[in-house]
Design a binder for this molecule. Structure first.
Ligand SMILES: NC(=O)c1ccc[n+]([C@@H]2O[C@H](COP(=O)([O-])OP(=O)(O)OC[C@H]3O[C@@H](n4cnc5c(N)ncnc54)[C@H](O)[C@@H]3O)[C@@H](O)[C@H]2O)c1
Length: 296
């Protein structure tokens, strides 16, 4: 396996291209937006600089890694010689189904098709292709060059051989792959999102304030970041959409999104990316917002 195509050059796509290229794979990074591709290459270069500074790689390694990445805005062309396609485009079911049909129509018969989706069913994506046994989830964590985990998700039809290939490949990237089955939220988000939702409900019901909830989880449970701050960084809209996938998929009230989360998303308070969520990021730092949401 040598030719890797990464679809989507956003937050995750640039990180995925970075880790494959650093291990010597030939990477074609694809996006519909040429600007996104330019930004991705600049981000990869900056992240490699940081690694050079920390003496984790040499300047020559940086040059070689960048040389291993080509960019392309033509998906059909890019996948023609691919051994593996890792899709990391915008989280939208219809878009992903269309992308997978396009990949399926243009990639070689033995090419493995992986998705980095956080919440869309791998079985559903696979069913849109003519090769469901070769479709698999490869769920990297953000930031990809730093985080060790790859959640490898087997769809209903994914073959043992394809699963083994992706588990081994993930190890070659220096990651720790964990195999899970395809049910809503997989494992990572099935456990993480109810915890975040419960933290928001605790705030909403006036059990405690933002600072108190995050401090309990940081100092009491040794979490590096409190659940409300983590929600801000994930994006409150993303948290809401994953909770809806869990709620729809299991049909259980315990996954119902907290009304405060729904309100905040409706009001455009999406966390770090909109500069305001449970914390205020408008001054560059992390200031607490408590007054609006905490009542005794
Ligand atoms: N951000 C995270 O923390 C995170 C973590 C794990 C998994 N994911 C998953 O990774 C995927 C990407 O998320 P992201 O945060 O990098 O999103 P993003 O919005 O940063 O990037 C998505 C990119 O996809 C591109 N795109 C849209 N349609 C396309 C098409 N038809 N062809 C090619 N490119 C297209 C967009 O131009 C954009 O550059 C999603 O499925 C998301 O659920 C995200």
């Amino acid at each position: 396996m040598n030719n890797i195509v990464v679809i989507g050059a956003g937050t995750m796509g640039n990180g995925i291209a970075h880790v494959f290229a650093m291990k010597g794979y030939s990477v074609s990074l694809v996006d519909i937006s040429a600007d996104a591709l330019d930004r991705a290459m600049a981000t990869i270069s900056k992240n490699l600089d940081r690694m050079v500074k920390k003496e984790r790689i040499s300047s020559d390694d940086k040059v070689q890694t960048l040389r291993n990445i080509m960019t392309n805005t033509d998906l059909s062309e890019a996948v023609k010689t691919a051994d593996l396609v890792v899709e990391a485009a915008t989280e939208n079911v219809d878009l992903k189904l269309k992308i997978f049909q396009q990949i399926d129509a243009n990639a070689p018969a033995n090419c493995i098709l992986a998705s980095n989706t956080s919440s869309i069913s791998i079985t559903k994506i696979a069913a849109a292709t003519s090769r469901p046994e070769q479709v698999i989830g490869m769920h990297f964590m953000n930031p990809v060059p730093v985080m060790k985990l790859v959640e490898v998700i087997r769809g209903y039809a994914t073959s043992d051989e394809v699963t083994e290939t992706i588990m081994e490949l993930s190890e070659k990237l220096g990651k720790v792959p964990v195999e899970v089955n395809d049910y809503p939220g997989f494992v990572a988000n099935r456990i993480l999102l109810p915890m975040i939702n419960e933290a928001i409900s605790s705030l909403h019901e006036g059990v405690a304030g933002v600072y108190e909830i995050d401090t309990v989880m940081k100092l009491g449970m040794a979490h590096p970041m409190g659940p409300l701050q983590l929600a801000d960084f994930i994006g409150l809209d993303v948290c809401l959409s994953i909770l809806r996938v869990l709620h729809d998929g299991f049909g259980q009230a315990k996954y119902a999104p907290c009304p405060l989360l729904v309100n905040m998303v409706t009001a455009g308070k999406l966390g770090y990316k909109s500069k305001e969520g449970f914390y205020d990021y408008s001054h560059g730092g992390k200031e607490l917002i408590v007054a609006k949401t905490f009542r005794k």
